[in-house]
Design a protein around this ligand. Structure first.
Ligand SMILES: NC(=O)c1ccc[n+]([C@@H]2O[C@H](COP(=O)([O-])OP(=O)(O)OC[C@H]3O[C@@H](n4cnc5c(N)ncnc54)[C@H](OP(=O)(O)O)[C@@H]3O)[C@@H](O)[C@H]2O)c1
Length: 246
């Protein structure tokens, strides 16, 4: 990161993510010169690269599958090899098909296990240099388990705890970990779902991430009011949670 807290280079894991691309574009417009988009080959990934190039960045796309945890150390090593990349955004994630146990477990592997192998690989390398920023897209869904989306929510709870622990372990070695907890964001992930209260958009999330990392926040809630809403929700008795989730 520069003195103005803009990354010199950014790695986006989940390079076609709508939120991920909005954050990347905002940083590129603020001065980030290099972006590595790590994702599965698709027209969306290529369109994301073109969009960031148009905004002024040099962009490289690399193959990345969040489920292939055995490959993540190498993907991260390659992306960070030229020492320009000093920030990474863990942006991949899927909703879980809870009617099919195997599919639900795959979603957990993506959302949680995939982020663990990427997060550890990033933290070790950034710590070796003495600096680096990791931004983790968690969710308010991880704050408290609910009857709906319980698999997605529990995977985000695990991810959120992992990010906090990573911050404690690697903070003293110069690695900043920022956990982002958005509420409902209108993207293709939520397409067809009824908007939840305090629904927001990708530009609002991007602005909150850029401002939050600049002020050194450990946790960024989007919108901010969710910090207080979810603090209260955490204290509710179980019965109230069930009733509210109907
Ligand atoms: N939208 C919301 O309401 C909301 C709220 C809170 C948190 N979040 C979190 O924010 C993050 C980004 O979500 P989004 O809203 O931007 O949705 P999105 O546009 O659907 O992005 C999801 C990303 O995950 C990638 N992905 C999924 N499985 C993958 C795999 N096995 N290997 C590699 N990449 C994989 C997708 O790649 P492909 O293009 O290849 O499928 C896509 O880039 C997710 O972690 C999500 O859980 C979203």
């Amino acid at each position: 990161m520069t003195a103005r807290h803009t990354p010199r280079g950014l790695l986006v894991l989940g390079g076609s993510s709508e939120i991920g691309l909005a954050v990347a574009e905002r940083w590129v417009r603020a001065g980030t010169a290099e972006v590595v988009l790590a994702g599965r080959e698709s027209a969306r990934l290529r369109a994301g690269a073109a969009r960031l190039e148009k905004a002024g960045a040099r962009v490289r796309c690399v193959h990345f599958d969040a489920e292939r945890t055995d490959t993540h150390d190498q993907v991260v090593a390659d992306a960070l090899a030229d020492h320009t990349v000093d920030a990474a955004l863990i942006a991949f994630g899927v909703l879980a098909d809870e009617h099919h146990p195997a599919a639900a477990a795959r979603a957990v592997r993506t959302n949680y296990a995939g982020a663990v192998s990427c997060g550890l690989a990033l933290a070790e390398r950034f710590a070796g240099r003495g600096h680096g920023t990791i931004v983790v897209l968690s969710s308010v869904a991880g704050v408290r388990a609910r009857p709906d989306n319980l698999v997605y929510g529990s995977s985000k709870a695990g991810l959120d705890a992992f990010a906090e622990g990573l911050s404690h372990r690697y903070g003293p070695r110069g690695v900043r970990v920022t956990t982002v907890r958005p509420g409902f964001v209108t993207t293709r992930l939520t397409a067809g779902l009824p908007p939840a209260p305090f629904a927001t958009d990708v530009d609002t999330v991007a602005r909150a991430v850029v401002e939050g990392t600049a002020r050194g926040a450990h946790v960024v809630w989007v919108p901010r009011v969710l910090r207080w809403v979810m603090t209260a929700f955490r204290l509710l008795p179980r019965r109230a949670v069930r009733l509210l989730s109907r």
